[in-house]
Design a protein around this ligand. Structure first.
Ligand SMILES: [Zn+2]
Length: 402
């Protein structure tokens, strides 16, 4: 069998240009057509490189773009998943869409999260195609919409029931890899009071003061429990009081107060159990004080149909060793497991499609969403090498990479 050396099948300038082109097409949520143009760019790129490609229309004009290297149907198939959207480019100290190459980096919004990764996955597929390599199972690139929002794109993949032997989600992991991360849900807690003139506070019920009591009780009763719920791959259970809005004016007793919570939970906890804990506190406070009224619900704009459970892929899965060994061969040392990774689409693929999924992608997560986001060109080159090795180990029985 011929030896496949991936870098002989593409030029580094192609990888740089592809990343630049993707970064130069804004795809954040304030772009009227959002990811549409990026999806169309990738579609044309695949066509030009003789890679089978299709759209999945999702909502309005927004669409996933799916590309295939068809396998023989005799072995493992693999999803390479990346999101097409980025966060907004506001308050950046560099030109977000210039994609300038300087000091060995490409600079701009999405370079690290995660248009650089999209470029790496696509370039790996192009190299396979040019080398006429037919893997045992299909390699399926899923460029999905909305990951920075409601994950509409990967939710669609779940609804379609796309099933492969494993998946890689290409969030930046800086030569580490993640097999687990916390689940994530947003909750709204609305405290109801009664307005009155501030000169007659006894006629009203101050919702802001009630909210303060609720917050204090959560800190006393739940925080210690969260510390105890520790998972070695994701850390401890967490919550954040994100925003609080209450009242209508300084001289009016506040009749309402809305607290918005971000809740990061670990295996053993569920959406129901997590909500139940807040509900218990609400019920307890109501018992102590009949004027206390509150209700909890999931933040409406945070969910479509699926929840956002934790990711937990067994270390015994073959895809995990394929990823670990591939990184090791390139960086020449044992890679570490990334803990404390934020929520990713990997959890949807693993939970709802039961696809063993690992998070691995180029670049430093600490630079994602920043005012001077950038990715090292060397990291992109190494990532293509690592993806090719993962495919060789996982999807090709007769090894083609030394
Ligand atoms: Zn991301």
């Amino acid at each position: 069998m011929a030896i496949f050396i991936v870098k002989e099948f593409y030029h580094i300038n192609e990888l740089i240009e592809l990343t630049q082109n993707l970064v130069r097409i804004p795809s954040h949520k304030d772009v009227p057509t959002q990811e549409k143009e990026v999806a169309e760019f990738i579609y044309k790129f695949c066509q030009k490189n003789r890679i089978e490609v299709e759209f999945q229309e999702i909502v309005d004009e927004r669409k996933n773009v799916i590309a295939y290297i068809r396998g023989k149907g005799t072995g493992n198939s693999l999803i390479l998943n990346g999101h097409l959207d980025t966060v907004e480019p506001y308050n950046m100290t560099i030109d977000p869409f210039a994609a300038e190459v300087k000091d060995d980096y490409i600079w701009g919004r999405g370079t690290v999260d995660m248009k650089g990764a999209l470029a790496c996955m696509l370039m790996t597929m192009v190299a396979l195609k040019r080398a006429d390599i037919v893997p045992d199972g299909d390699i399926i690139f899923t460029g999905v919409i909305g990951e920075e929002g409601k994950s509409e794109g990967t939710e669609h993949i779940v609804k379609m029931g796309l099933k492969t032997s494993a998946a890689i989600v290409a969030e930046p992991s800086n030569y580490e890899y993640a097999v687990g991360h916390r689940g994530l849900e947003w909750f709204d807690i609305t405290i109801k009071g009664k307005s009155s003139h501030s000169g007659m506070p006894e006629k009203g019920i101050n919702a802001i003061e009630k909210a303060m009591i609720f917050i204090q009780r959560v800190k006393e009763e739940l925080y210690p429990k969260f510390h105890e719920r520790y998972n070695e791959f994701m850390g401890e259970s967490l919550m954040n009081f994100g925003t609080i809005h209450g009242g209508t004016g300084q001289s009016t007793v506040a009749d309402s107060c809305l607290i918005r919570i971000d809740r990061r939970y670990v295996p053993g906890e569920t959406v129901e159990s997590v909500m139940g804990e807040y509900q218990e506190i609400i019920d307890q406070l109501k018992k102590e004080d009949p004027t206390f009224h509150a209700e909890i619900k999931q933040t409406p704009e945070s969910v479509l149909q699926l929840n956002h459970p934790p990711l937990i892929t067994s270390m015994n899965e073959p895809i995990v060793s394929a990823v670990r060994e591939s990184i090791k061969e390139v960086i020449k040392k044992e890679p570490t497991i990334k803990t404390g990774m934020g929520w990713t689409d990997a959890a949807l693929l693993k939970t709802y499609l039961e696809i063993p999924t690992v998070v691995f992608g180029p670049g430093d997560l600490a630079l994602a969403h920043t005012e001077d986001e950038r990715v090292l060109i060397e990291d992109l080159v190494n990532c293509v090498e690592i993806y090719a090795r993962i495919i060789d180990k996982f999807c090709i029985k007769d090894k083609i990479i030394e």
